[in-house]
Design a protein around this ligand. Structure first.
Ligand code: MTE
Length: 332
């Protein structure tokens, strides 16, 4: 942040910087009116769009979206206040559609999510190619309200719809050689303008160790807020791994491969010092360029709003047993 210094070296402002009282009082009133207007505006947006979403109308591109019936799973859900639908669908990382947070909502309408097939292959006895409907129906859908903590230092609380990834893993019967699961996501230049940028070596690839992928919290995700996933959130299928930084939750998956060796993941390949394979949320292991001790909950903005303390494993302590005996500074 640039902090402006007073060049006269005094702690008094220059005379020319003093604003007459009537001007600044009018300005204050104006700012207060603007702030109130913005708050009402965003509350109205939220009401209208949650309603539209509930009726099957998309928040983007006027494309119809489908409702997804799902049973709430309170045992796997936080009771913290949910992030607004607006923020969850307009503050995104999906570099295939641009680098700015607002780019995915603006650009992802070019993604064609049907027909869509996911190949599940590699070290398995029963490889499968599933279209998105069969994949969605493979196990009963649940709604789980998870915290998602991004490596950049912000977090959200989102009601996801999906089922434990372990259901799919069991269906393909991994062989004894399967030690890892690799996820490859779509990379199609005709649909994804962001692929022109060299920020990553496309396609976006992520991976988990088998026991991580089998943990019931790892969610194969096809919806959010009771609807199919909006394109910018990774339609038609993504994974959400709530105890890891958000980049371990790959979007728009086309291939799931079981491997003997640790997958070469996109962020680890592009910046190995900054993004490790594990990437468990860990307030004690800083990113080389910033602290990971605290986070900003999206929607709780405000200049004086205190950041939240980041919790080990993002608060999902039930996964701690997966890492017993590992030096989590080395395996970051
Ligand atoms: N998946 C793909 N294919 N491409 C991406 O750029 N970004 C990741 C992850 N999955 C990303 C991705 C990052 S950095 C985050 S924080 C989450 O998606 C954001 O998910 P959300 O936009 O649904 O909140």
């Amino acid at each position: 942040m640039l902090i402006k210094q007073n060049p006269n070296g005094l702690d008094r402002p220059f005379a020319s910087e003093i604003t007459p009282r009537e001007v600044y009082e009018e300005r204050r009133k104006f700012i207060a009116r603007m702030a109130a207007g913005a708050a009402v505006g965003s509350a109205l947006w939220e009401m209208a769009n949650r309603e539209a979403f509930a009726q099957g109308v998309s928040t983007q591109n006027a494309a119809p979206v489908q409702k997804l019936a799902a049973k709430a799973n309170p045992a796997f859900s936080t009771t913290e206040p949910q992030t607004s639908l607006r923020d969850a669908t307009h503050y995104n990382n999906f570099y295939e559609f641009g680098l700015d947070k607002t780019d995915p909502a603006e650009n992802a309408h070019t993604l064609r999510t049907r027909p869509w097939t996911v190949a599940i292959e590699g070290e398995v006895k029963k490889p499968l190619r599933l279209d998105i409907d069969s994949l969605t129906k493979l196990a009963p859908l649940e709604e789980r309200i998870y915290r998602l903590r991004c490596v950049e230092g912000w977090s959200m609380v989102i009601p996801w719809v999906g089922y434990s990834l372990s259901n799919l893993i069991k269906a393909v019967e991994p062989t004894g050689n399967a030690k890892y699961v690799e996820f490859t996501t779509l990379a199609d230049r005709s649909q994804m303008p962001g692929l022109r940028s060299g920020v990553l070596d496309w396609p976006y690839v992520e991976g988990l160790r088998m026991d991580e992928a089998m943990h019931p919290l790892a969610l194969l995700t096809v919806g959010m807020y009771g609807q199919v996933l909006p394109n910018q959130n990774g339609a038609p299928v993504r994974v959400v791994v709530p105890w890891k930084y958000g980049f371990k939750s790959p979007k728009s998956i086309v291939r799931i491969r079981f491997t003997r060796d640790q997958p070469k993941t996109a962020w680890n390949v592009s910046a190995p010092r900054e993004y490790g394979f594990y990437s468990n949320v860990n307030p004690k292991v800083d990113h080389p360029r910033w602290s990971q001790a605290t986070e900003r909950r999206i929607g709780e903005d405000g200049f004086f709003k205190r950041k939240r303390d980041t919790l080990m494993f993002n608060g999902y302590n039930e996964v701690a047993s997966l890492y017993v005996g590992m030096d989590l500074k080395r395996f970051f």
